[in-house]
Design a protein around this ligand. Structure first.
Ligand SMILES: [Mg+2]
Length: 176
């Protein structure tokens, strides 16, 4: 996505070292009602299913403050509808169960796509949502495009595979 004069879309409202630094109660008290996480390098090591262990308590605290139904993952490596073509094998469900957080099914990679599914799921305005992720050009731009509060966390791994071009076949294999 070419930003051009809209390059401010790549600037997050807040930056933190990782999600442990986020005050969930303060966000809720400020009027935010839903949390949308990126997955890779935000909650998990890229392409792994389980939460990065040091972040487990932060995710629990997030769900306590907002309610688990108001927390979801929007990931380019899990949740894409094209990655679920085999009905006998669902990496999407496995990742969801491992994290204990619902996934937003989507057909467009961030930063593209609408936020209609988020509005339907959370029954609140995008301005009441918080988008949290490690990538300026995907997570932050997506959240800012739709008027969400955006929080950028630093990636906790520089694994080479996370820097590779998107390959849904690789992704499917990685989460099996
Ligand atoms: Mg990421």
């Amino acid at each position: 996505m070419a930003l051009g004069a809209k390059r401010d879309l790549a600037m997050p409202h807040l930056e933190v070292p990782d999600v442990r630094w986020i005050d969930w109660d303060a966000l809720h008290a400020a009027g935010f009602r839903a949390i949308v996480f990126d997955k890779d390098n935000t909650l998990t090591i890229p392409y792994e299913r389980r939460i990065h262990p040091p972040l487990a308590s932060a995710l629990r605290e997030c769900k306590r403050a907002f309610g688990a139904a108001n927390v979801a993952v929007l990931s380019n490596s899990a949740g894409l509808t094209q990655a679920r073509s085999d009905s006998h094998w669902s990496p999407y469900d496995r990742v969801r169960d491992a994290l204990g957080v619902g996934f937003l099914r989507h057909s467009s990679k961030k930063p593209g796509g609408s936020c209609d599914a988020l509005v339907r799921r959370f029954a609140c305005e995008p301005s009441q949502m918080v988008m949290i992720g490690d990538r300026y050009m995907t997570d932050v731009v997506y959240g800012n495009r739709h008027g969400m509060l955006t929080i950028r966390c630093a990636p906790f791994t520089d694994a080479v595979r996370d820097c590779s071009p998107y390959d849904p076949v690789r992704d499917v294999n990685a989460v099996s």
